[in-house]
Design a protein around this ligand. Sequence first.
Ligand code: SAM
Length: 299
Amino acid sequence: MQEEFSKGEERLCERLRLSGEEAAAFVQALRSGACARKAVVLSPRAPADYAPPFACEPADAYPWLPPRVFIPAPGAAVTAHEDYRAGLYYALDLSSCWESAALDCVPPPRSSLDLCAAPGGKTMLLAARYLPADHTANEVNAARRGILRQNIELCGLPGTTITGLRPDQWGASGRVFDLLLVDAPCSGQSLLAKGLRNPGCLGAPMVNGNAKRQRGIMLAAIRCVAPGGHLLYTTCTYDPEENEKVVSYILRRHPEWQAVQVPCLQGFASRLADFPAYRMLPVQGVGAGGFACLLQRMG
Ligand SMILES: C[S@@+](CC[C@H](N)C(=O)[O-])C[C@H]1O[C@@H](n2cnc3c(N)ncnc32)[C@H](O)[C@@H]1O
């Protein structure tokens, strides 16, 4: 390990089992703060033949890119256009689109619950594929729920129900869905790669605290999935404790659950899991990074 790494950086590189060269490139990307990549997803308001009113990069380099997602060319004024204010498209991080790519492997659900939904990115990405007639976007934080509501109304997702229950309340509700999205609150280590401050995010207290919360959320979430249904677990952080280990905690205790292969993410397969799981680091040029694991409850 190089001497000039901070304790947190060194700890994270070890936990990610990066070689010396990989660790140097990873830390350099983190410190650059320049790895954010923007994307836009067309909303249901945009006609089928709609194209964004700014230059976009060709999508061929991203075989996992979800439908109706575009990558603005550098410098494109994405949020300055009136189509944005009219809700024809929603702006988000490219990593968030990458995290949702596993939805490719899920048959169109009749019902879905986005458990940690604000400000609404994953719900928009689901709607770009197929928004079930019965979709619930849930957010526990009242202020963030207000923003979620505004975004959903602006982008025209009329059938969506907005709720503010805690995961344990959902778990006890007896309701089940074909698809659950758990875009979990996390230590947000990828914020560093976007040039944002996130003090303590590499330290054990923040990582372990989040992992504990994520295990609790997942234990409740799996109770809300119908037999045969799917759950997509995603985060925007790197530490395995909040990613592979959360999933493995669930798989060990609940043998009726299995992780599902996602062919379009094959190049991102995690080497830290003995089940299919996918992680993207900022050195891969697709954004600040993220983790995704698609789970299925056996029928
Ligand atoms: C990563 S963000 C979700 C981003 C959103 N899915 C999107 O794509 O726009 C995680 C969300 O979980 C919420 N949250 C925080 N603590 C929570 C908890 N204990 N249970 C459920 N959600 C929680 C946060 O308020 C935050 O809105």
